[in-house]
Design a protein around this ligand. Structure first.
Ligand code: IPM
Ligand code: MG
Length: 354
């Protein structure tokens, strides 16, 4: 029997509900395929601030660094809005990503057949996009501060990318494209930003090693429009941290709901961070209405990418697809004629389909 140590950051808001759903699913996979998944809680985010006065205590980070991989729910909440920047729950998430050096964030947006009518786009079909977002550089991690300028107080954040940062994320994108439909769209703002000029140049240099992949450059404003106009034109999208944050939320809505989009944050090791792309959704927390699918599918990505358990990951994805096809809908996916079920029932039904 193989054994895997998973650090679990339940976090805030709906985080505890959706991570327990994913843990139950992993438990079932363990029984079915004879693996032992051992979970260790790591307290991070707003709840860590409440308890320890800081969002990312060293002990919590160490649990992540000593694990085989990390499962995360969500962090944040309105009660923390007044906190200084360093104490905000989001610092925990950014801190874990940075400390684990998870430079590549993979966010697949795929339209399930069963959700075609939940999708807000008129002619939705064949949407299957992999957003590859650079995760530990760019404006998120550049120099930032406050100063006084011509218009009074100024806040500033520097956007900067080094060529090695662009090169490695470009390679991630090209390699994924080789296993998919062979197309990469690199998204930038090269008509205005120096950062993007370098980004574009490096992506094209790296492309020379991947002649079988088709590359196009798309300006970020146009990319937003194209995603709504015809998302099926995209295969792999590669972009920087900020553009990736925005475009992945947009892509999620193209396939029905942000409640079903998983993500994998990875690097060249097997230890990664697996989390839904949605946030802590404080307004629906604790009410058993959150959609657990994004976190459950994140667990499936963990099985595939971190533990090399493809069949087991596929089994989860198939169970989710079957459950949706059987008409199971959480509130975010509500559809005429289908009863809305809660977090726990959705989880139970998925588990039954494994
Ligand atoms: C995401 C989130 C985070 C981000 C926030 C919570 C810091 O929006 O994972 O997309 O901006 O990266
Ligand atoms: Mg985001």
């Amino acid at each position: 029997m193989s054994k895997f140590h998973i650090a679990v950051i339940q976090g805030d808001g709906i985080g505890p509900e959706v991570t327990s759903a994913a843990m139950q699913v992993l438990q079932k996979i363990g029984e079915r395929y004879n693996h032992a998944f051992e979970f260790t809680q790591s307290v991070c985010g707003g709840c860590a601030y409440d308890r320890y006065g800081e969002p990312l205590p060293q002990e919590s980070l160490d649990i992540c660094l000593q694990s085989d991989s990390v499962l995360l729910g969500a962090v944040g909440g309105p009660q923390y809005d007044g906190l200084p920047y360093e104490k905000r729950p989001e610092r925990a998430l950014l801190g874990v990503r940075k400390a684990m050096e998870l430079y590549a964030n993979l966010r697949p947006a795929k339209l399930f057949d069963a959700l075609a009518s939940v999708c807000p786009l008129k002619h939705a079909a064949n949407i299957d996009i992999m957003v590859v977002r650079e995760l530990i550089g760019g404006i998120y991690f550049g120099e930032k501060g406050m100063r006084t300028g011509k218009y009074g107080r100024e806040g500033y954040d520097v956007m900067c990318y080094g060529e090695l940062e662009v090169e490695r994320i470009a390679r991630t994108a090209f390699e994924l494209a080789q296993k998919r439909r062979g197309k990469v769209a690199s998204i930038d703002k090269a008509n205005v930003l120096k950062t993007s000029g370098l980004w574009r140049q490096v992506v094209h240099d790296v492309h020379a090693d991947y002649a079988d992949v088709q590359l196009e450059d798309v300006l970020v404003d146009n990319a937003a429009m194209q995603l709504v106009r015809d998302p099926s034109q995209f295969d792999v999208i590669v972009t920087g941290n900020l553009f990736g944050d925005i475009l992945s939320d947009l892509a999620s809505q193209c396939v029905g709901s942000i409640g079903i989009l998983p993500s994998a944050s990875i690097n060249d090791t097997t230890r990664g961070l697996y989390e839904p792309i949605h946030g802590s959704a404080p307004s629906i927390a604790g009410k058993d209405i959150a959609n657990p699918i994004a976190t459950i599918l994140s667990a499936a990505m963990m099985l595939k990418y971190a533990f090399n358990l493809s069949a087991e990951g596929d089994a989860i994805e198939r169970a989710v697809e079957t459950t949706l096809a059987q008409g199971a809908r959480t509130a975010d996916l509500a559809q005429d004629g289908l009863p809305v079920i809660g977090t726990r029932e959705m989880t139970e039904r998925i588990i039954r389909n494994i």
